[in-house]
Design a protein around this ligand. Structure first.
Ligand SMILES: *[C@@H]1O[C@H](CO)[C@@H](O)[C@H](O)[C@H]1NC(C)=O
Ligand SMILES: *[C@@H]1O[C@H](CO)[C@@H](O)[C@H](O)[C@H]1NC(C)=O
Ligand SMILES: *[C@@H]1O[C@H](CO)[C@@H](O)[C@H](O)[C@H]1NC(C)=O
Ligand SMILES: *[C@@H]1O[C@H](CO)[C@@H](O)[C@H](O)[C@H]1NC(C)=O
Ligand SMILES: *[C@@H]1O[C@H](CO)[C@@H](O)[C@H](O)[C@H]1NC(C)=O
Ligand SMILES: *[C@@H]1O[C@H](CO)[C@@H](O)[C@H](O)[C@H]1NC(C)=O
Ligand SMILES: *[C@@H]1O[C@H](CO)[C@@H](O)[C@H](O)[C@H]1NC(C)=O
Ligand SMILES: *[C@@H]1O[C@H](CO)[C@@H](O)[C@H](O)[C@H]1NC(C)=O
Ligand SMILES: *[C@@H]1O[C@H](CO)[C@@H](O)[C@H](O)[C@H]1NC(C)=O
Length: 887
């Protein structure tokens, strides 16, 4: 240790490098620190900051043993800035701390995406170098899913996510080096800023650019974790090691969260009952019926999520009073909780500037109110204490804080006041933790995910866009990796277990809104070619998702971002390589709702359809039901679809069939598999009658306890190294600390690959002789792989096609070859909630299982080339595999 320390200190003193540097000259070496004082930049290189003291230090903290250099700098005004670079024992982890013993006034550099202090500042690989140099940056909301970007640095650095929307940065030099960096302490107040000048680039970390001032004694820190030839260059391993180090520093134990262990029912965007109480008078009647229905059908729902439809909203749709509206829950939420026994997972969003709690509005608590953006941030922990105390009375078990990105981006004080962001989120989470209320973050920025990692109460986090029947939101292999690394359970969001939920509120057509002067913006369908049949350009490739963050712009589907035109369109030739004036676009032929087709029962249909489904012409209503004109209508919504009179004597009617195309789920299996194997919450949201019970039971036991792998399915290195981002994700589950079972999920992949255990991140599963087979779709065809052999992965091709391969270790007992296939009717063939222990001795092979009451469990095993099944029922829970019994 002592010798190593001397070597490191020498290197630190001479080059300030990120230890150890890559083979590229200057890459990841440090530039001198700087700060803004009174709005002017003051740095060591221009002689403004002077090094006044430098000493070597060593010690131990949550991450481990370190050695480092502690430097004190002073400005001409006498303000001190100290920097400390700590290099930990294994040389892969470095932490950079910056402190301001005297505080700092006038730190702002005037840019919300910039930094007002600079340390550490890394030089990146020069463009003149021949080295392939890639970046990975989660960006913007949903743990960085929304504007996630990766690519070859010098050809696509314009899409590198930094500033307000970024914060976590990864770099890869294939086969030789990888590094992941982020804020460690006070992540809400730390920005990174990418400076590109000609062929050189540098990445700067520091206090966020609009900070007014820094209080005396304040400090921030940044962590950088490397993967090198000497350790492992795998980017995925580096991400995991980075997250593990962040967790060691945070040193928190998460509170138990029941909703991550049991199946739930969700009512958020995409769910059938989202702002839709169907034919029920109110949500009390709806939810008690749902409860009754699921009990009689033996669908084991164990909690319910209540989305934004139940509370009072104020200006700009912010929450005004987080209390149930009597038109929605006539007796409040308590009796619903009481009658169903379901714990409540309740949604909340940003507080509106006119909320009833703020003292400015006559309420009891201090808030910061941003009048311009109509949003408010509570300043006191008491506020949260009182809010949660009240909510516990009506059954709150998990608090879902949504719209975290808009809150940060929209409240000016969260940019200028550097303590406010971390305090706001800490007050919320610590108050929740004291009451055993868990917190889910939704629409969170990378900085918020980093903050949440340090909170006991924050257990789960959304990792993709709203379900909303979108075609791409199931792709969570990359963001799940970051969430999992940070110790947060990734949530895929609600899904349908069935393809059709008739009369659902989601349509694949654009809605005409008179308020927008006839401009339509809300087409959410999947048409990806123009009127004349030209293929659409991907929105990502022209960075439109960054330019129009409030619009959902998946893939290359026709949309109308920024109301650039008056209805859905797409670009036919556009690229960041040439100016926007040269881009060409065309309208898309997408269906229009309301005007020429009706949604649901057509109560609000105002279109021109005048011919009925049997080809009759409508006659003029002539005042009947207060209507005029010969048009299909559903006066008062009393019929299930529009109709009209078809004879002049008003005795005969006929119905109209111009219904708008309804949203469909193309692959309930894919949704269910991805949600279950995310190892995070699983929430379904069909119309109750349509819940597919057999699909539900692929996720859980008969009591709703989830059967999931030991870690989420996460993307492998190949994903981060290629521009096509193939969806090959893997996961492992270890039982009795030595038997490891692997899963390989492959979706929409158009080519075969041959991948090693480390390339698949399945080192443990594939360490010995392994049995491999298709668990979805299940095929009784097994392959034995000796250790250290590459796995041949199949291609699936196609839209939403996927397969799941499963692995099991092979054992020799008494000259026979055995393996546990496990529960092949579940998504997770092996799960620690089912198999609690495996005992293998010379003559014995015992599997202990956990199951609910008299649930029947079917386990498959392999012996010498054959498969057999053992059934357990009643109170059986010990399988003797050799004797083929369950007792
Ligand atoms: C320099 O820093 C060391 C370590 O913090 C401290 O012990 C020493 O007093 C400092 N010297 C001066 C001149 O400030
Ligand atoms: C860009 O780099 C050149 C050459 O190193 C240097 O002279 C110039 O000052 C730099 N510009 C900025 C804005 O940093
Ligand atoms: C729950 O139901 C029980 C039995 O009907 C009743 O005594 C109790 O007051 C109810 N609690 C609430 C919060 O409604
Ligand atoms: C919020 O609304 C509830 C229900 O209408 C009402 O009882 C309560 O007083 C309101 N809260 C405040 C602080 O005004
Ligand atoms: C900054 O935020 C803190 C909470 O972190 C608050 O106590 C303080 O009053 C705020 N300062 C200003 C100037 O608003
Ligand atoms: C449009 O989407 C379909 C899947 O719905 C896909 O098969 C097709 O290749 C896409 N076309 C273009 C031009 O992207
Ligand atoms: C697309 O636009 C660019 C720039 O105007 C032009 O050079 C190129 O030929 C166009 N491509 C096609 C296929 O029209
Ligand atoms: C319906 O008819 C009116 C009057 O002729 C016309 O202005 C409107 O555009 C028509 N709507 C549709 C959807 O065709
Ligand atoms: C229910 O799901 C199972 C499993 O995916 C599937 O085989 C079955 O066809 C589905 N049933 C219906 C009615 O969709």
């Amino acid at each position: 240790m002592w010798i190593k320390g001397i070597v490191i200190l020498c290197t630190l003193a001479f080059s300030h490098a990120l230890i150890p540097p890559t083979e590229e000259p200057d890459a990841f070496t440090l530039q001198p620190p700087y700060l803004y004082e009174g709005g002017a930049r003051c740095s060591v290189d221009i002689g403004c900051l002077t090094l006044t003291n430098s000493s070597s230090v060593s010690g131990t903290d949550g991450i481990g043993q370190y050695v480092g250099i502690f430097n004190t700098h002073s400005t001409p005004l006498g303000t001190r800035m100290t920097t400390l670079a700590k290099v930990y024992d294994d040389l892969d982890v470095t932490v950079y701390e910056t402190s301001f013993p005297d505080g700092l006034e006038g730190c702002s550099m005037g840019d919300r995406n910039g930094v007002c202090t600079g340390y550490p500042v890394f030089n990146l690989v020069n463009a003149a170098s021949n080295t392939v140099f890639r970046y990975v940056t989660p960006g913007d909301s949903m743990t960085g899913w929304n504007l996630y970007s990766q690519g070859s640095f010098w050809s696509s650095y314009r899409q590198f996510r930094s500033g307000e929307m970024g914060g976590i940065a990864g770099f890869i030099i294939p086969d030789s080096y990888s590094v992941v960096m982020s804020a460690l302490q006070h992540p809400m107040a730390v920005n990174n800023w990418l400076d590109v000048n000609g062929t050189s680039a540098s990445l700067h970390y520091g206090v966020q650019g609009l900070a007014d001032s820094i209080p005396a004694g304040y400090s921030i820190s940044v962590i950088a974790v490397t993967g090198r030839r000497e350790s492992s260059t795998s980017f995925v391993s580096t991400v995991l090691k980075w997250g593990q180090s962040v967790q060691m520093k945070n040193d928190v134990v998460k509170i138990p969260d029941y909703t991550t262990e049991y199946l739930g029912y969700w009512t958020d965007n995409g769910a059938y009952y989202y702002y839709n109480n169907d034919h029920f008078e109110d949500y009390e009647k709806l939810i008690t019926s749902l409860n009754h229905f699921t009990i009689t059908q033996q669908i084991p729902i164990r909690y319910i999520q209540l989305d934004s439809w139940w509370y009072y909203k104020g200006v700009d749709n912010g929450v005004k009073n987080w209390t149930a509206r009597p038109d929605i829950f006539p007796h409040g939420i308590a009796p619903v909780h009481n009658a169903t026994g379901w714990p409540i997972l309740a949604h909340n969003r940003y507080f509106s500037s006119d909320n009833v709690y703020a003292s400015q509005n006559g309420g009891n608590y201090p808030f910061f109110i941003d009048e311009e953006n109509k949003k408010a941030v509570p300043l006191d922990k008491h506020f949260w204490d009182d809010l949660f105390d009240e909510a516990r009375q009506w059954g709150l078990s998990v608090y879902e804080q949504d719209w975290l990105d808009r809150e940060y981006e929209g409240v000016s004080a969260l940019h200028t006041n550097i303590t406010l962001g971390d305090d706001w989120l800490h007050n919320m989470a610590s108050s929740a933790a004291q009451r055993n209320i868990a917190v889910q973050y939704c629409m969170s920025l990378p900085r918020e995910a980093l903050h949440g990692a340090a909170e006991e109460a924050v257990t789960q986090i959304r990792v993709s866009d709203d379900y909303h029947l979108a075609t791409n939101q199931w792709r969570i292999g990359h963001t799940s990796l970051f969430a999992h690394a940070l110790g947060l359970k990734p949530y895929k969001d609600v899904f349908w277990t069935t393809e059709l939920n008739n009369n659902n509120p989601f349509t694949w057509c654009q809605v005409f809104q008179p308020t927008l002067q006839g401009i339509t913006t809300n087409y959410v369908g999947h048409i990806n070619v123009t009127e004349s049949g030209v293929p659409c350009v991907y929105w990502d490739s022209i960075d439109f998702r960054a330019q129009y963050p409030t619009y959902s712009l998946p893939e290359n589907f026709c949309r109308n971002p920024g109301m650039l035109h008056d209805r859905a369109f797409c670009f036919t030739n556009a690229s960041l390589d040439y100016p926007e004036e040269l881009w060409t676009w065309e309208y898309c032929d997408v269906p229009t709702c309301e005007t020429d087709c009706y949604v649901r029962e057509g109560r609000y249909y105002i279109g021109n359809q005048s011919v009925t489904e049997n080809g009759h012409n409508c006659v003029d209503w002539n005042g009947y039901f207060g209507l005029t004109g010969a048009r299909c209508r559903n006066p008062d919504g009393t019929e299930d679809r529009p109709w009209c009179f078809i004879t002049e004597d008003y005795t005969a009617i006929d119905f109209c069939d111009n219904k708008c195309p309804e949203a469909e789920e193309y692959s309930p299996d894919l949704q269910s598999a991805v949600a279950t194997l995310s190892a995070g919450p699983v929430g379904i949201g069909d119309k109750m009658e349509n819940i597919n019970r057999s699909l539900v039971f692929k996720s859980c036991r008969s009591d709703g306890k989830l059967l999931q792998p030991g870690k989420p399915l996460t993307a492998i290195d190949m994903y981060f190294l290629s521009d096509s981002r193939p969806n090959i994700w893997t996961s492992e589950t270890t039982i009795s600390s030595k038997y490891t079972f692997g899963l390989i999920f492959i979706a929409e992949v158009s080519q075969r690959y041959s991948l090693s255990a480390s390339e698949l991140n399945l080192e443990k599963s594939l360490s010995g002789t392994t049995l491999l087979w298709y668990n979805y779709p299940y095929i009784d065809q097994l392959t034995i792989y000796p250790s250290n052999t590459d796995i041949e992965t199949p291609k699936t091709g196609g839209f939403r096609n996927f397969v799941i391969l499963a692995t099991s270790p092979i054992f020799e007992i008494n000259g026979d070859t055995y393996a546990i296939l496990g529960e092949v009717d579940k998504w997770a063939h092996v799960s620690s909630t089912r198999i609690t222990d495996i005992t293998i001795e010379e003559q014995a092979f015992l599997v202990r299982i956990d199951k609910y009451s008299d649930e029947s469990v079917y386990m498959r095993f392999y012996k010498n080339g054959f498969i057999f099944e053992i059934a357990c029922s009643l109170n059986n829970n010990l399988i003797d595999v050799i004797a083929r019994t369950c007792s």
